[in-house]
Write a new protein. Structure first.
Length: 101
């Protein structure tokens, strides 16, 4: 409940300050934000973050799926399905050196 009150208070303060600043200040902030976003150093970090997410998304999805299965098993009282073991084939696929069978 305290979090909701703080959120609503922050929302109200932001609205009042935004309304007082007016359109000119809004345009100035928007221009500064666009300049910052388009800075090559910022875009380099954005690209790095995107690459990290793309590389780790499958692992994160598997982790979340296994966690969800455990929760379902606890709630229903059934044992979770066996966790698939990492094989050389899946490890090779991740590294891009898959062998043909």
């Amino acid at each position: 409940m305290k979090g909701k009150i703080l959120f609503l208070a922050g929302l109200g303060v932001g609205y009042v300050l935004g309304a007082r600043a007016g359109r000119e200040r809004y345009e100035s902030i928007k221009k500064s934000a666009a300049k910052l976003w388009n800075d090559p150093r910022v875009q380099k970090q954005v690209d790095t973050a995107e690459a990290f997410v793309k590389d780790n998304a499958p692992d994160a999805a598997e982790f979340a799926l296994n966690g969800a299965k455990k929760v379902v098993a606890q709630v229903t009282g059934k044992k979770p399905a066996a966790k698939p073991r990492s094989t050389a084939k899946s490890a090779a696929a991740k590294s891009g050196t898959a062998k043909s069978s």
